[in-house]
Design a protein around this ligand. Sequence first.
Ligand SMILES: CC(=O)SCCNC(=O)CCNC(=O)[C@H](O)C(C)(C)COP(=O)(O)OP(=O)(O)OC[C@H]1O[C@@H](n2cnc3c(N)ncnc32)[C@H](O)[C@@H]1OP(=O)(O)O
Length: 222
Amino acid sequence: MVQHPQETYLYDPSLLLKLDFHRTPATFKPFISAANPGEPWMKVRPLKDTDYDRGFLQLLSQLTHVGNVNRTQFLTRFSQMKASGDYFVTVIEDTRKNEIIGAASLVIERKFIHNCSVRGRLEDVVVNDTYRGKQLGKLIVVTVSLLAEELGCYKMSLDCKDKLIKFYESLGYVLIPGNSNSMTIRYDEGTPLKRNATSASSSSSTGAGGDSCQTVSLDFAS
Ligand SMILES: CC(=O)SCCNC(=O)CCNC(=O)[C@H](O)C(C)(C)COP(=O)(O)OP(=O)(O)OC[C@H]1O[C@@H](n2cnc3c(N)ncnc32)[C@H](O)[C@@H]1OP(=O)(O)O
């Protein structure tokens, strides 16, 4: 087993203990929270620099294309995220197996508007497929959503496929009438012009072809 004498959290783990899970409209049966996820072997915590060895990237590959990210690349990106102070990658660990089984990222966007306020973006939500249907998706999304409010965000948004709208609505996110479209330019697939020139071989790495995507928001001000 790999030894980890000194581990670094991406952000202060005590932030997660402050979150009041009674504030969420989500229904947990039985009731669970980040501090008490329901099993002694389960831990909700910030990403650690040692999670490269706990299958964090393998878990993300159940969400989208990850690529061959080596340890140095992982540690460099981790350090950059930590230094910025605006990345709150949060994970669920199965401590029996030393394995990351769920993850979601809160990214803080600094604004001039709303009196130099901050908003949150929910990104990269995934639960290991053998652990799905056990409330862990709700647990990790509610955790980072409450964290966004705790950090002073005036709202939190995410983009998702249509089939997940109900899941996020059950957690308090709403489609804003007339303002819930998700628009994208992809720079990793080439424009049609470039494709002709390069006969680009890349296809959508997310497997999202044909699936429409919408933006749902959680408004802390209302
Ligand atoms: C912002 C983003 O990152 S969007 C990308 C979301 N991630 C993915 O699509 C990656 C692949 N999918 C997954 O990892 C998981 O299916 C998740 C994260 C979407 C859900 O995780 P789970 O642990 O299975 O969710 P959980 O057990 O908490 O289910 C909560 C509820 O949502 C429902 N639900 C879960 N997944 C889905 C789905 N794919 N489609 C529709 N409903 C769903 C469940 O039926 C459940 O309903 P209930 O509370 O009435 O019983």
